[in-house]
Design a protein around this ligand. Structure first.
Ligand SMILES: Cc1cc2nc3c(=O)[nH]c(=O)nc-3n(C[C@H](O)[C@H](O)[C@H](O)COP(=O)(O)O)c2cc1C
Length: 313
C-alpha cells in the first residue's frame, strides 16, 4: 500500500499511512503479523519497556466496561536489554518504523533506557509518563509539569532519536503538561493514555481488578481525548499523535480535524484485527470525496479562531 496522499511526516518519522498501533495493544508486532501484511499501518509502538524485567500486576487485570475496557497490566515486559536481544531483530524487520515506549521509576531510569535504545533500529521513543515517581512519594510524573519536564530533559539529553511524550489525561490542565514537554525539546506528543477507573463485583463485593484501579480505554474515552487534543493543538507547535477510543475511519478523521497529525488505535484492535485496513480505506475515501490533496490538509481543520474557550453545560 503506497498512497502519497496518506503519507505523513510525524516528528521526523516518515509514516506511509497516518495509522499507528498503540503501545501495549500490539505486542512487538509478531502476533499481528500472522493476520497478514501490516501494510495499512504507518508505524507500531511496542509495549511498554522498563529498565529491568517486570511481571506486571497480579490477575485479574482486565475487565470489560460498557464502552471500553479497564486494564491494570502494570507494564509486564522483559526489560530493555532482553527486548533488544530477543525482540528487536524481529520487531525491526516488520517493514515499517517501530517505536519504543519507555517507563521509569525515577527520572534517571528514563534517561538510561533511552540511551540503551540508541542505535538499535528504533525509529523513535514514546515516553510513558503515567508512572509513579518512587523518589517523590509515588506522584505520577505526568501529573506534575516540573516532573514531566525533568523526564523529558533526561530522555532528550541521552538520545538523538525523536522523543514523543505521551500525556496522561488524569490531570486538570493538560495544556501545562504539553507545554512542559515542548519546552524541554520533545519532538511530538502522544495523547491520550488511559483514564484511571475501577469496577466492583457486586457478588463478591470486591474490586474486580486485583490492583483495584485500572486504565480505561476504548470508545468511552473518545470525547475526552478529542477535547484534550483540541486544547493542546492550540497551545503547542509540535505534532500530536492522537488516540483514545478510535474504532472506525470517522473517529480517526475527527482526531485529525481536532489537530492530531497521526492517530493510534489500541483497544479497537482487540475487537477487529483488520481495523487498520478499514480505517485506511475510509480516510482515503474521505479525502477523495471531499477534494483534499492529502491527509495533512485535515490536520486541525476543525479549528476557527476564538473557539473552544467556554465552559461546558
Ligand atoms: C491492554 C493495554 C495495555 C496498554 N499498555 C500501555 C503501555 O505499555 N504503555 C503506554 O504508554 N500505554 C499503554 N496503553 C495505553 C494505549 O496505548 C492507549 O494510549 C490507550 O489505550 C487509549 O487508546 P485506545 O482507546 O485506542 O485503546 C495500554 C492500553 C491497553 C488497553
Amino acid at each position: 500500500m503506497n498512497n502519497p496522499k496518506l503519507q505523513v511526516d510525524f516528528a521526523g518519522i516518515s509514516l506511509r499511512t497516518p495509522l499507528v498501533a498503540a503501545s501495549g495493544t500490539f505486542g512487538f508486532g509478531r502476533e499481528y503479523s500472522r493476520f497478514g501484511p501490516l501494510d495499512d499501518w504507518g508505524a507500531i509502538v511496542g509495549k511498554g519497556l522498563t529498565l529491568r524485567p517486570s511481571q506486571g500486576n497480579p490477575p485479574p487485570r482486565v475487565t470489560e466496561t460498557p464502552a471500553g475496557m479497564l486494564n491494570s497490566i502494570g507494564l509486564q515486559n522483559p526489560g530493555v536489554e532482553a527486548f533488544l536481544r530477543d525482540e528487536m531483530p524481529d520487531f525491526a524487520s516488520l517493514g515499517l518504523p517501530v517505536l519504543a515506549n519507555i517507563s521509569g521509576h525515577t527520572v534517571e531510569e528514563y534517561g538510561e533506557i533511552a540511551a540503551k535504545l540508541e542505535g538499535s533500529g528504533i525509529a523513535g521513543i514514546e515516553v510513558n509518563v503515567s508512572c509513579p515517581n518512587v523518589k517523590a512519594g509515588g506522584i505520577v510524573f505526568g501529573t506534575d509539569p516540573k516532573a514531566l519536564a525533568a523526564v523529558t530533559r533526561a530522555v532528550r539529553r541521552r538520545t538523538g532519536l525523536p522523543v514523543i511524550v505521551k500525556l496522561s489525561p488524569n490531570v486538570t490542565d493538560v495544556v501545562a503538561l504539553a507545554q512542559a514537554a515542548e519546552g524541554e525539546g520533545a519532538d511530538g506528543l502522544s495523547m491520550i493514555n488511559t483514564l484511571l477507573g475501577m469496577a466492583i463485583d457486586i457478588h463478591t463485593r470486591r474490586p474486580i481488578l486485583a490492583n483495584t484501579f485500572g486504565g480505561l480505554s476504548g470508545p468511552a474515552i473518545k470525547p475526552v481525548a478529542l477535547r484534550m487534543i483540541w486544547q493542546v493543538y492550540r497551545a503547542v507547535k509540535i505534532p500530536i499523535l492522537g488516540m483514545g477510543g478510535i474504532t472506525c475511519a470517522a473517529d480517526a478523521i475527527e482526531f485529525l480535524l481536532a489537530g492530531a497529525s497521526a492517530v493510534a488505535v489500541g483497544t479497537g484492535i482487540f475487537h477487529n484485527p483488520g481495523i487498520a485496513k478499514e480505517i485506511r480505506e475510509g480516510i482515503q475515501q474521505y479525502i477523495v470525496e471531499k477534494g483534499f490533496a492529502s491527509v495533512t490538509q485535515l490536520v486541525g481543520a476543525a479549528h476557527q479562531d476564538g473557539e473552544g474557550k467556554g465552559c461546558g453545560g
